[in-house]
Design a protein around this ligand. Structure first.
Ligand SMILES: [Zn+2]
Length: 274
C-alpha cells in the first residue's frame, strides 16, 4: 500500500498522531508516559515552520537506504494523551543524513523532551524493513501497553502465538477480518534492547500487531496512524473478552472455528488460525 497524492500536510499528520495518542489513552493503554508513536513520511515535507530548531543526532541503527527520508517521532517521557494539545511540542521531526548513521532532528521552541523515545530503535528498524520490502511511502508504528493483552502475556498458556491468536480473535466477527495473520508474540525482552528490536522486525513482517511479553504491544500500518492504533485496540478488545471469560469460569465459547471460517469466506479473508 502507498498513500496517494495529494499527500497529507504536516499539520494533518501532527493532528492524527495526537488523536491516535488520545484514543490509546482512552482504552487505558498509555499509563503515565508509556507508549510511543512514529510515522515515516515518504514525500517531501519542509518541517522548519513547525520545527525551526535543528541539531544532529546519532540514529539508533544505520539506515543508509533511508537517506533524505523523514520521520515524526514522539519525545521520550511525553504522555501520548497530551500530544493532541500541542503536537509540535511533543514530537521531533527527523531527516536521515547521507550515510544513514546520523539524522537532522528538527524541534519546536516549545519542545518538552530532551531525547526521542528510547524505543526509536525498534520503530526505525521496523520502518526500514517495511519500506525496503514493500516500497511504501507511508508507515506508522505505535507501541502501547494495553492492560488485558499484556496481562494475558503473563499467563503461560498464552505465551504462544497460535494459542493467543485463537483465543483473542474468537470474540467478535470483525477481529479475524482486521487481524487475519493473528497477533505475534515475543517472550519478555528488555525494553529498548537490540534483541527486542530484531525480534519485533521479524514478527511484524508477518503480523500487523505483536505482543511484547510482559510489556505491551507494537502495531504498524502502511495506510494511516489511526489504523495502527485500531489494530492495538482490536487486539486489546479481544484480550478483554478473553479476560472476562477467564474470570467468568470460561462460560463463554466465543465464535466457533466454523463460524469464523464462514465470516472469512463471506469477506474473502485468507487466514490459517481457525
Ligand atoms: Zn513500553
Amino acid at each position: 500500500m502507498t498513500v496517494n497524492a495529494p499527500f497529507p500536510e504536516l499539520d494533518e499528520l501532527l493532528l492524527v498522531v495526537g488523536e491516535a495518542g488520545r484514543r490509546l489513552s482512552e482504552i487505558e493503554a498509555t499509563e503515565g508516559a508509556a507508549g510511543n508513536i512514529s510515522v515515516y513520511i515518504g514525500w517531501p515535507v519542509d518541517p522548519r515552520r513547525k520545527f525551526p530548531i535543528e541539531e544532529t543526532i546519532e540514529l539508533p541503527e544505520a539506515v543508509p537506504g533511508l537517506a533524505g527520508r523523514s520521520f515524526l517521532v514522539t519525545g521520550s517521557g511525553r504522555r501520548l494523551r497530551e500530544i493532541v494539545q500541542d503536537p509540535a511540542a511533543n514530537l521531533g521531526f527527523v531527516v536521515v543524513d547521507e550515510g544513514g548513521k546520523t539524522g537532522r532532528l528538527y524541534t519546536s521552541p516549545r519542545r518538552l523532551f530532551a531525547k526521542l523515545t528510547s524505543e526509536f530503535n525498534s520503530h526505525l528498524a521496523v520502518h526500514h524493513d517495511q519500506i525496503s520490502t514493500s516500497g511504501t511511502n507511508f508507515h506508522a508504528v505505535i507501541h502501547a501497553q494495553p492492560l488485558h493483552l499484556t496481562y494475558l502475556s503473563h499467563i503461560p498458556d498464552y505465551q504462544d502465538e497460535a494459542y493467543l491468536s485463537r483465543h483473542i480473535l474468537r470474540w467478535q466477527p470483525e477481529l479475524i477480518v482486521q487481524l487475519p495473520e493473528g497477533v505475534g508474540y515475543l517472550p519478555f525482552l528488555v525494553p529498548g534492547s537490540p534483541q527486542l528490536m530484531a525480534a519485533t522486525v521479524k514478527s511484524l513482517r508477518v503480523q500487523r500487531v505483536v505482543v511484547w511479553g510482559k510489556h505491551g504491544a507494537m502495531a504498524r500500518s502502511d495506510q494511516s496512524v489511526k489504523r495502527a492504533a485500531d489494530r492495538i485496540e482490536y487486539a486489546e478488545t479481544g484480550a478483554h473478552y478473553e479476560y472476562l471469560n477467564l474470570v467468568n469460569h470460561g462460560l463463554g465459547t466465543g465464535l466457533t472455528a466454523e463460524e469464523i471460517r464462514a465470516v472469512c469466506q463471506a469477506f474473502g479473508v485468507q487466514q490459517a488460525i481457525f
